[in-house]
Design a protein around this ligand. Structure first.
Ligand code: CAA
Length: 382
């Protein structure tokens, strides 16, 4: 594994950093306060090619690779975690359609996700009673003439109020004939499809400018050409997409944690106690040393997972380790950042409290820490 970045990776990192600091960061506080969907920022990310980093150039993507994707995610997350989660899910959706879709589906959706015409992509797997165990889903897809009728409910769906296309998972085989994970397929559902109802956005602890909604599917009709991948093959598509998604969330956690460290360093150099800047106190120095060490360890795990994926090697276990460690480290780091800020860390005026609130979700979505441990343990015991 080469720890030196190549020219393309540097370019993507620089491009993302420039956009993040110049355009996103000045709005981050307001976006969090107002919970406003950052439409113009998502458009800007699309224009820079950051919504389709792993999509091939022939389909409008940047084809820059997984390491570049992780670096870009870190930069955007450091400025605004809400923007970065929608960037991550859109990349995941575009990549899944390119990988599992047929020619027509690829041509219809991938370039429009890359260009921002579809605003964002959305990934509807979880249900009110099926989060960590998606095989327990109850949403069904029933053949209807030359298409399908979807019925059920989805929950915690990122970006769905604005998404031009949503990948929706549904049961196509009964539990009797297709037990466990076997009877699940996935469908490309266009925004505005009849019977697709977008629920009220959740009032969240963090990532408040990202849209998180429940969906209702009431006799939602989609054409026969909307089945993505093979019949009953949906569970594996979800698992493979989530393996890549976990690199995205690890990168998000790293970006948030890096921002928290940078805020802490700045604050510690300015804030005085006992006659000196608090950065001169060993109590603060040791905190910063531990925070930076954890951040670097998270980054190395994440780079290894990204590197493996980029080279076409197995990477499920590495992605799970990266997400597990980076997300838990991010919470510890952000918590210490609040502590270093003292009372200032507890008020909205300083970014430290936003970073802690934003970091909190990273151990929950795209597989909780407990699920990552399960994936890792199965691979250790195999
Ligand atoms: N890649 C390819 N195939 C895989 C796979 C992977 N990573 N993981 C499992 N599979 C295959 C298995 O090989 C198996 O195939 P066969 O039937 O041919 O043997 C099949 O899938 C079933 O696998 P398991 O028996 O391991 O399935 P399981 O029911 O025990 O579940 C699990 C495994 C890892 C717990 C899985 O359910 C899981 O990842 N759960 C968490 C779900 C999750 O991450 N949800 C996040 C929601 S999306 C989100 O948050 C997005 C957002 O908006 C931010």
């Amino acid at each position: 594994m080469d720890l030196e970045l190549n020219e393309t990776q540097r370019l993507i990192q620089r491009t993302a950093r420039d956009f993040a600091t110049r355009v996103i960061l000045p709005q981050a506080h307001d976006l969090d306060e107002t919970e406003r969907f950052p439409r113009e920022i998502m458009k800007g990310l699309a224009e820079l090619g950051l919504l389709s980093i792993n999509v091939s150039e022939g389909l409008g993507g940047s084809s820059a690779g997984v390491v570049a994707y992780s670096l870009a995610m870190q930069e955007i997350a450091a400025a605004c975690a809400s923007c970065s989660v929608m960037m991550s899910v859109t990349n995941m959706v575009g990549e899944a359609i390119e990988r599992f879709g047929n020619e027509e589906q690829r041509a219809r959706y991938v370039p429009r996700l890359a260009s921002g015409e579809l605003v964002v992509g959305s990934f509807a797997l979880s249900e009110p009673d099926a989060g960590s165990d998606p095989a327990g889903m109850r949403t069904t897809a029933t053949p209807d003439g030359d298409g399908w009728v979807l019925d059920g409910a989805k929950q915690w769906i990122t970006g769905a109020s604005y998404a031009g296309v949503i990948i929706v998972w549904a049961r196509t085989g009964s539990l009797e004939t297709h037990p466990g994970t076997r009877g699940i397929s996935c469908f490309l559902v266009d925004a505005g499809s009849p019977g697709l109802k977008i629920g009220k956005p959740e009032d969240k602890l963090g990532i408040r400018a990202s849209d998180t909604v429940p969906l209702e599917l009431e006799r939602c009709r989609v054409g026969g050409g909307q089945l993505l991948g093979g019949m009953h093959g949906g569970f594996k598509i979800a698992m493979m997409a989530l393996d890549g998604g976990r690199i995205g969330i690890a990168s998000q956690a790293i970006g948030i944690a890096r921002a928290a460290i940078e805020e802490s360093v700045r604050f510690a150099k300015e804030r005085k106690s006992f006659g000196v800047p608090i950065a001169q106190h060993q109590a603060i120095q040791w905190k910063l040393a531990d925070m930076q060490t954890e951040l670097d360890a998270a980054n190395l795990l994440c780079m290894r997972a990204a590197w493996n994926k980029e080279l076409g090697r197995p990477y499920s276990r590495e992605a799970a380790m990266a997400k597990l460690f980076a997300s838990e480290a991010a919470i510890r780091i952000c918590n210490e950042a609040v502590q270093i800020h003292g009372g200032y860390g507890y008020i909205r005026e300083f970014a430290a409290e936003r970073h802690l609130r934003d970091a909190r979700v990273t151990t929950i979505y795209e597989g909780t820490s407990e699920i990552q441990r399960l994936v890792i343990a199965r691979s250790v015991l195999a």
